[in-house]
Design a protein around this ligand. Structure first.
Ligand SMILES: [Zn+2]
Length: 353
């Protein structure tokens, strides 16, 4: 009898040993908010808008591929808190080039140029130059090609190249590989690596705005950015984007900028109506997440941020909002999935552990 149980124990341990590597190879996806601030103002140390999407397997903490979506103020600081260096990013995608979404890009590129000068170049993915109806040009390509200009002008690039000749003399922009696309009303694939596929769709907010979807064997995530509805103001079916909804069908996670209904023009905040109407309302985002069957809704770029007395120059009617206020605004829609009210470094993992 004793011998028999020893044999069983041996068989079990052999089985366990062979089972472990299989379990470690399970694919996984991490979606991390690198900055949750809504809009250009500063509040309480929140970093500017951005989302890091990591994909890999259990053996490398889901870290084979690292994709950054937008890079607001302080992005590199937040990345440092989760052990990601600018040199490790495989690509950066911009929803649009408002400065609050791009303030951290120069910092990321300068650090990459400084510490990873031999490359590889960083894929910079965004929409092609767009001439607005008013005649000005929105140019992500020039943002990328001039990203190191202030450091060239200050002389820092020349000084640091003197110290280390492996640094490209043209500065940080030389380490970008620009990939442009024409935003369209149907999804198009703009970037792939192994099992990871990134698609984009046009969305409304400012000329050239686009939203993204990442598909992996571990799940999928949609990054809406500041998307709003093509119909700029009521009457309309929703404040959310129909293109984002199309992109988000069947997605597991939606990360989206949100405005709270308390800021509406008729509620006394003083925020100009066009600023309010070009964002998606928290309640409408819940309704969209429900329609597309998403399991997780991560609200970011909160206008106003939780706890803020003001949003820039505008007051919050009734005083500052709590996380529960945002949660309630989403739940009104009937969405019953996981709601994450954005804070810096909030993370959703797929599969959920
Ligand atoms: Zn924004």
């Amino acid at each position: 009898m004793q011998q028999f149980s020893i044999v069983i124990a041996l068989v079990c341990s052999v089985w366990l040993a062979s089972a472990v590597p299989t379990a470690h190879a399970a694919p996984c996806l991490l979606v991390t908010i690198t900055g949750a601030m809504g809009g250009p103002p500063n509040f309480n140390g929140l970093a500017g808008p951005g989302t890091l999407v990591r994909y890999g397997d259990d053996s490398n903490d889901c870290g084979t591929v690292k994709l950054q979506f937008d890079a607001g103020r302080g992005t590199s600081v937040r990345l440092s808190q989760i052990g990601v260096t600018p040199g490790q990013l495989n690509a950066i995608f911009f929803t649009h080039v408002h400065s609050d979404h791009a303030d951290g890009f120069a910092d990321l590129m300068q650090l990459r140029w400084h510490y990873s000068p031999k490359g590889p170049k960083l894929d910079v993915v965004c929409s092609a130059d767009t001439v607005s109806p008013q005649g000005f040009t929105i140019s992500c390509s020039r943002l990328a090609s001039h990203i190191g200009d202030v450091y060239l002008q200050s002389g820092e690039v020349a000084q640091r190249v003197f110290e280390d000749k492996s640094r490209p003399a043209g500065g940080p922009a030389e380490l970008t590989r620009f990939i442009a696309f024409e935003p369209k009303n149907d999804p198009q694939v703009v970037w792939t690596s192994g099992d990871v596929k990134v698609s984009t769709i046009r969305s409304a907010h400012m000329p050239g705005h686009a939203s993204y979807r990442v598909d992996t064997p571990a799940g999928s995530v949609v990054i809406g950015g500041d998307a709003g509805n093509d119909v700029f103001a009521p009457p309309r079916a929703s404040s959310t984007s129909e293109q984002v909804e199309q992109l988000a069908r069947g997605a597991d996670v939606i990360v989206h900028s949100a405005i709270h209904p308390v800021m509406a023009p008729d509620k006394g905040s003083g925020m100009p109506a066009p600023f309010y109407f070009r964002q998606s309302m928290a309640t409408d985002l819940g309704a969209m997440a429900k329609r597309v069957g998403a399991k997780h809704l991560m609200l970011v770029h909160l206008i106003p941020p939780v706890g803020a007395e003001r949003q820039g120059p505008w007051k919050i009617p009734g005083g500052s909002l709590t996380e529960a206020d945002y949660r309630k605004a989403v739940e009104t829609s009937g969405f019953s999935g996981n709601i994450v009210i954005g804070a810096d470094l909030a993370t959703v993992r797929l599969p959920v552990k």
